[in-house]
Each structure stands twice: as structure tokens, then as C-alpha cells.
Design a protein around this ligand. Structure first.
Ligand SMILES: [Zn+2]
Length: 294
């Protein structure tokens, strides 16, 4: 069962390659080098997973590493930072490294203080490959209306710029407000970017600049067009295809800026079939993506 599924993933990866015209291959390979995190190879790559929130995180991490399931372990509050840093120490190796992200989620923006930020900075400085996030805005939590969430987001965007780290962004609410905040924080833009694949070579100019990553993406086409000049990456989740305006926007994102995620956390499925559940969820995102590009 596991084997045939992995094979399917590989075969489909190859198929996706055929969508790219030959004369664009060199440019895309170049872009691949800059855009992709390490070599993805023939493996599943989960761009956003809350490893520490899942049951038996140690056994699970070990199992995922053994299964060649690649991932970015996202930690969005202090206890989760501790756990993810510990998991990284124990299980991330040179042969099979995994990436972490440390941030203050908008759900706890109202609790953030200087001590929390100092602590966050320490985690980021200790792990030079870690991203900042997830950070963002969410209308379901306190601080959305009065600007508290904006301030906590801006501070983390500043940290991402200062430390030259990519920023995993969470947004439930006004996507355009996030672009204004990125601008305010000083995230660089390159107007030539994202227009079409021929302009992807300009990515080298932004290579040092952190990129915003819109996780569990739920914006529309207009947003995609305005976000691409920031060098934005888009992490798609099953939910990304539920909203019509987002499903219509996804084909406008250059393929090399697209990643897939489970966003799996404590609310995730059956603990006995975790690995298979994660793979199935990633596979279903990949299939939804292939379908919306047909
Ligand atoms: Zn998340």
C-alpha cells in the first residue's frame, strides 16, 4: 500500500515536469536552485506540520524520517518552540535534516511581551536555518480589530528581515492588510517578478531577502498578483481548494512557488494511522492542485 502510493507520487512528479516547455527548463532549473528548500528529490514534502502537537511526537518524528517524509516543523507558541527544538536536536541529522519555524501565532498575540520576543530570538539564532512563523493575523482572535495582531506581526516581520529568514504567514481575514504590513515592515519587492516564467531569473536579486510564505493559502487572484513581487511562496492545504476564489487564483501562481502542506496538529485524525493519514492528506492536496491546473 505504502509502496504503490509513493510510486504514484513519483510518477506524478515526473508528469508535472512535462507541463514545462523545453526552452523554459534552464530558467526553471536555475529558479529551482534558488527557490526550493534543499533538494526535494523523490520524497513527500510537507511544508507546514505541527509535529509537536501530534500524539507521540518522538516516535512520529522518527517514523517520518525513516519513511523519507520531508517536512518543516512549525512551532507557534513557546511550549511548542521547546518541543520542536528538542525534536530537531534528537532527530534532524546531516543526512536527513529537517527545517523548523518558530513564531508567535496571532491566537496568542495578546499575550506577547518582550520576554517572549527575546526567547523567540534565541531559538532563531540557535538554528540558523529556521524560519520565522507562523505569524499573522486572524479575525477569530483578540487583537485583530485594535491593531495588536498587526504590531506582533510587524515585529516578527522585522525579525525575519534582520536575520534574513523566510516568514511563514497565517491569515484568516484581510489578505490585503498583510501585504500592507509586509510593505510597512520593509519587505523588498521586485515588480518584474511573477509576471511569467521568463522573469524568474531575477530571483537571484532577492536571494538574500526573506520571502513571505502564505501558508494554508486562502487568497484570491488579485492577491496572488500583488504578492508575487515580494517573492512570495504559497503553501496549499486541502482547504485552499474549498473557496472558489482561491481555487481560481491557484493556477496563476508559478508552479515553482507552490508547496503542499497538511498543517496537521492535535486535531488530526486517527493517531494509529498517523503516517498514512499525513501521506494521504498531502496526496489529496497534490491531486487537487493537478486538477485545478487542467
Ligand atoms: Zn499552522
Amino acid at each position: 500500500m505504502m509502496c504503490s502510493k509513493n510510486l504514484g507520487w513519483r510518477t506524478n512528479r515526473l508528469k508535472l515536469g512535462f507541463f514545462i516547455p523545453k526552452n523554459k527548463q534552464i530558467i526553471l532549473n536555475f529558479a529551482y536552485f534558488f527557490v526550493f528548500y534543499e533538494s526535494k528529490g523523490d520524497i513527500m514534502f510537507d511544508f507546514h506540520i505541527h509535529l509537536a502537537r501530534l500524539p507521540q511526537p518522538k516516535q512520529l518524528t522518527q517514523q517520518l524520517c525513516n519513511e523519507n517524509y520531508d517536512f518543516i516543523a512549525v512551532a507557534c507558541e513557546p511550549w511548542e518552540w521547546d518541543e520542536v527544538a528538542q525534536l530537531k536536536k534528537e532527530f534532524s541529522t546531516e543526512v536527513k535534516p529537517f527545517k523548523a519555524a518558530y513564531g508567535i501565532h496571532p491566537m496568542i498575540a495578546w499575550q506577547a511581551n518582550e520576554e517572549m520576543f527575546a526567547n523567540l530570538r534565541n531559538y532563531l539564532q540557535e538554528d540558523k536555518h529556521a524560519m520565522v512563523g507562523e505569524a499573522g493575523i486572524d479575525k477569530r482572535y483578540p487583537g485583530y480589530e485594535d491593531g495588536t495582531q498587526d504590531q506582533i506581526f510587524l515585529a516578527q516581520a522585522g525579525l525575519a528581515l534582520e536575520l534574513k529568514r523566510d516568514l511563514q504567514i497565517h491569515c484568516v481575514g484581510d489578505y490585503m492588510r498583510l501585504l500592507r504590513l509586509l510593505n510597512e515592515a520593509g519587505f523588498p519587492q521586485d515588480k518584474a517578478q511573477g509576471q511569467d516564467a521568463e522573469h524568474l531569473h531575477v530571483l537571484s536579486r532577492l536571494q538574500e531577502a526573506p520571502r513571505p510564505i502564505f501558508h494554508r493559502f486562502g487568497g484570491d487572484t488579485n492577491f496572488v498578483k500583488k504578492a508575487l513581487p515580494f517573492g512570495a511562496l504559497f503553501s496549499l492545504h486541502e482547504d485552499s481548494f474549498r473557496k472558489k476564489s482561491t481555487a481560481a487564483a491557484i493556477p496563476h501562481i508559478p508552479q515553482e512557488r507552490v508547496f503542499f502542506e497538511t498543517d496537521a496538529d492535535e486535531s488530526f485524525l486517527d493517531p494509529d494511522e498517523l503516517v498514512e493519514g499525513l501521506e494521504n492528506r498531502l496526496e489529496s492536496v497534490r491531486l487537487a492542485y493537478a486538477k485545478c491546473r487542467e
